[in-house]
Design a protein around this ligand. Sequence first.
Ligand code: A3P
Length: 303
Amino acid sequence: PSEEYWVTNSLSLYQGFWFPPWILNCVLTCQNHFQAQPSDVLLVTSPKSGTTWLKAILFALLNRAKYSDSDSQRRHPLLTQNPHDLVPTFELKLYLEQESPDLAALPSPRLFATHMPYSSLPQSVRDSNCKLVYLCRNPKDTFVSMWHFFNKMRPEEKGQIPIQECLDKFCRGVSSFGPYWDHVLGYYKASSEMPEKVLFVMYEQMKVDPHAHVRRLADFLGCPLSEEELRDGTVEGILRMCSFDNLSALEVNKRGKLSTGQESKWYFRRGEVGDWVNYMSAEMGERIDRVMAEKLDGSGLKL
Ligand code: A3P
């Protein structure tokens, strides 16, 4: 799919959110077919919020017992596979490739990802005791990251997509899986009402104290780090393995392709906080701030 699907009027509005049409088909199939198990873990993000990073961290955390010694660490799947191939996304892989993928036999806990809004999740996800981790990133960096991603999909001869055109749409709520603010609010409210089911995590806070966040994730997922693991460098090892510098330097992520066709390297650009200032004017940034302040007013959430 070209970038035009993401930024032009071809997005379809469904249940209050905008979807590229072929993704909407997968969302509907997933809603109809996916059967959650209580031990499932689901990572949810708005596109370009750091999904790749958290996929890697959750995969490494949940599978840490299998790769605890130096021999098995050399065979760690993250060294040879892109995090998106290890942690499949409902609507961009599982239900894109098959109408009814056979997921029952996957080892427990099953780890999936999705960009679906809370209100569109399959009923079985909302009804079961499975756990949801929502990763939220500040809207200005998310927007700029998205704009870069669309440009990568665009044939070079067409030049860059005018950022102002994307911004106008974003601020009207028209972006993939947007309105961005409604996406965030759906999960923010769910995490306030059901803290044992939904964990709300901020990309920027993870950047400041990744160690504390790995512990928080492990506690939330019911696999807390033992005293020994906290002493023996397990957390540091996971963070090193999943760091931007490490993942982006791996051959598989420099030159590989995802099984769905995108180039792995598109998912690793800069991975920094505040990079939006290099692409948007102060006025453009203030425009996003104003829209967010208005839309999040009264929610208790500030971005
Ligand atoms: P930038 O474009 O700002 O660099 P997603 O994974 O949801 O598609 O989001 C992609 C964004 O996450 C990109 O942001 C990318 O560089 C950043 N990213 C990828 N891997 C990361 C990592 N290991 N640590 C921090 N950020 C990472």
